[in-house]
Design a protein around this ligand. Structure first.
Ligand code: NDP
Length: 329
């Protein structure tokens, strides 16, 4: 079991300071001793820190007459997608940023969708565009993603931006993966030198997260294993992890026997499970069997309140960055 604060191998004073700042309130007593169960990494608090860092940049943009604006395209009536888009709009409002939601019917023709994306590409008030996924078939997701101007692609899904992430010169940070990295670094669990095992290889989470973590850079430098549904003996991989990140989208898929003592566990999954006692008849859970895993872990993210708020904070950050690059031209 883990026995004290660890802040990575580097004797980097800034990293140590930041790690201590974030560790103390969550898990350590003033004497530096910790309880028998893992710290809960508070994604809402860390997302607030990220947002606070954006405020001076927003002030500078406003002084130069620029209000960053985010346009979301919502196709169809998927309740989860609708909720995510509403949360992103609300987050923009809280930061004094502009936002618009373009709603299209579930049976919208692909050329119509692509035409709307191109219209937003040309609109100078719009700095960031997101096309909420999943898109209903028969719309081809790669076509929609590639239609977004790479300079406005704040989700970082365009092939050009994905390539820039892979070679280590990102224009934008892929929102959920970058949110995971921020959570790790700001909670005092930097991935540098660690064995990181990711469950899931989607283009939204698993692959770009691996691309971030494998870079030869501070806040990365991890040894990364990406697992998926064809992985044999998954638990043999997950049990090796210093940092285990689950993005399988399957409730209860990470159980305590799959986790090494003292591991840091990041739960990206957002799943709805039936619960007759809950409002609406369901509740939201992650992939991880939270309580038993927490008893083994050094630190763990909750669902909700873990990765989700970070995804939104990173999206805001990318929109500010997009506005800054327009303002500087
Ligand atoms: P996908 O369904 O696109 O990908 C899931 C991945 O997990 C696939 O690579 C799949 O393997 C793998 N997988 C599924 N089950 C298993 C299993 N039992 N063992 C090993 N691998 C498995 O999902 P996303 O990546 O889009 O999302 C994953 C989860 O994260 C979802 O719950 C989603 O809601 C959530 N999410 C949360 C976000 C947040 O902000 N917190 C943002 C984005 C997503 P294979 O490739 O072989 O099919």
């Amino acid at each position: 079991m883990w026995g004290g604060p660890r802040v990575g191998r580097r004797s980097d004073l800034a990293a140590v300071g930041s790690a201590l700042k974030t560790l103390r309130p969550s898990g350590l007593s003033p004497s530096g001793r910790r309880g028998p169960i893992g710290d809960v990494i508070d994604g809402r608090r860390i997302a607030d820190e990220v947002r606070a860092d954006l405020r001076p940049r927003l002030d500078r943009l406003r002084e130069s007459g620029t209000v960053p604006g985010l346009a979301a395209i919502l196709v169809g009536d998927n309740p989860a997608s609708r909720l995510y888009v509403r949360m992103k709009g609300k987050a923009c409002e809280e930061m004094g940023m502009a936002h618009w939601t373009l709603e299209l019917p579930v049976d919208v023709a692909e050329p119509k969708l692509l035409g709307e994306i191109r219209r937003l590409n040309r609109d100078p008030k719009v700095h960031g565009i997101l096309v909420q996924q999943p898109l209903p078939s028969p719309i081809r997701t790669p076509e929609a993603v590639a239609a977004v101007d790479p300079m406005k692609d704040v989700d970082c899904f365009h092939p050009e931006n994905v390539g820039l992430v892979l070679i280590g010169t990102p224009r934008f940070a892929p929102a959920t993966p970058a949110g995971v990295v921020e959570l790790l670094v700001r909670s005092g669990n930097p991935p540098d030198g660690k064995d990181v095992v990711i469950v899931g290889r989607s283009n939204i989470v698993g692959k770009p997260l691996a691309a971030l973590l494998v870079q030869k850079a501070r806040g990365a430098n991890a040894t990364v294993t990406v697992t998926h549904s064809a992985t044999r003996a998954l638990a043999e991989h997950t049990r090796r992890a210093d940092i285990l990140i689950s993005a399988a989208g399957s409730p209860g898929s990470i159980t305590a026997d799959m986790v090494r003592d003292g591991a840091v566990v990041i739960d990206v999954g957002i799943n709805r499970v039936a619960d007759p006692n809950a409002k609406g008849g369901f509740r939201t859970v992650g992939d991880v069997d939270f309580d038993p895993v927490r008893r083994k872990a050094r630190a763990i993210t909750p669902v909700p309140g873990g990765v989700g708020p970070m995804t939104i904070a990173m999206l805001l950050s990318n929109t500010v960055r997009a506005a800054e690059s327009t303002a500087s031209h």
